[in-house]
Design a binder for this molecule. Sequence first.
Ligand code: UT7
Length: 328
Amino acid sequence: MTQIRAGITAVHGYVPEGVMSNHDLEKLVETNDEWIVSRTGIKERRILEGEGKGCSVMVIEAVRGLIEKSGIAPNDIDLLIVATVTGDRVFPDTANIARHHLGITSGFGFDINAACSGFLYALSVGAQFVETGKYQNVVVVGADKMSSILDYQDRTTCILFGDGAGAVLLQPKTDGTGLMDFELLSDGKGEEFLYQKAGGSCYPATVETVQAREHFVRQDGRTVFKAAVNGMVSSVETVMGRNQLTQEDITWLVPHQANQRIISTVANMAKVPMDKVMMVIEKYGNTTAGTLPLCLWEYESQLKSGDKIIFTAFGGGYTWGASYLIWS
Ligand code: UT7
């Protein structure tokens, strides 16, 4: 029997109109454009503005574009998975809020919380439903409104992140394209190095948690930097080795966009030349679960059927991994 694989057959993205440049940040914290560009590669990031506008606003725009591009009807979507750490509410999940506004009345949806590796995890989860033959149309979204959990008094974190969403359509493929392999890993020891202290069941919101600024992202940047490089390189090597892929075989490396120095170190250690590496960090910063699909969206015109793509990500948890996909 021919093996069914989950192919990406459409991609779309959405970034909000509001642009926050490094010069804008200079007015908020003790920083400067030169430091941010040289240490991270980021020049600007997008910010979703407007009271009451949550992550679902971006999910809806990205999925709506995907529906238009692919020609499927909303109710053709069997499953919508949203990877995010900045869902509209603690519950219900953002996937179902988005499904309602998109007019999807059949099937189901759920969120995945794996921070910057969220899209990587969600892609593999969504693919399982396609590979079994159960579903024909699975939409996987990576989206985060990071500006909602950033402390614009903390220069070590607020300069890094931005808002954005990317969506892909997974459909069954029997032509040798699709998701070929993945290596997903996690290690809870990362909790203390990248986290949001309050807002969950340990420390629900109180006047004190708000006053102590505990509802914002905190990160030990240097520790996470090293862990990110090691985690991404080892998982890329595992996936490449298992699939007998050489550097020449790879058409694109799609790495999580946290820091240009991390990206170039990973590419260098995996011996992938930089002209094969997708990069959107300069204009979007780190959009957490949004980075990988936003890369695909930006490079869409350069993608050809048969391209061999390696995705890799690392994020809070720790969560990390790599996957290998042949473009449909
Ligand atoms: O996506 C999830 C995973 N996250 C990541 O992968 C992020 C990993 N970490 C990083 O990307 C980097 O560690 C950062 C970009 C966060 C920081 O870069 P760094 O080269 O590791 O800087 P550092 O933390 O070692 O700080 C160097 C200096 C410090 O000053 P002193 O102690 O040397 O006087 C910082 O206080 O730079 C200072 N600094 C800044 N200066 C100007 C930190 N942030 C800023 C800033 N502007 N925004």
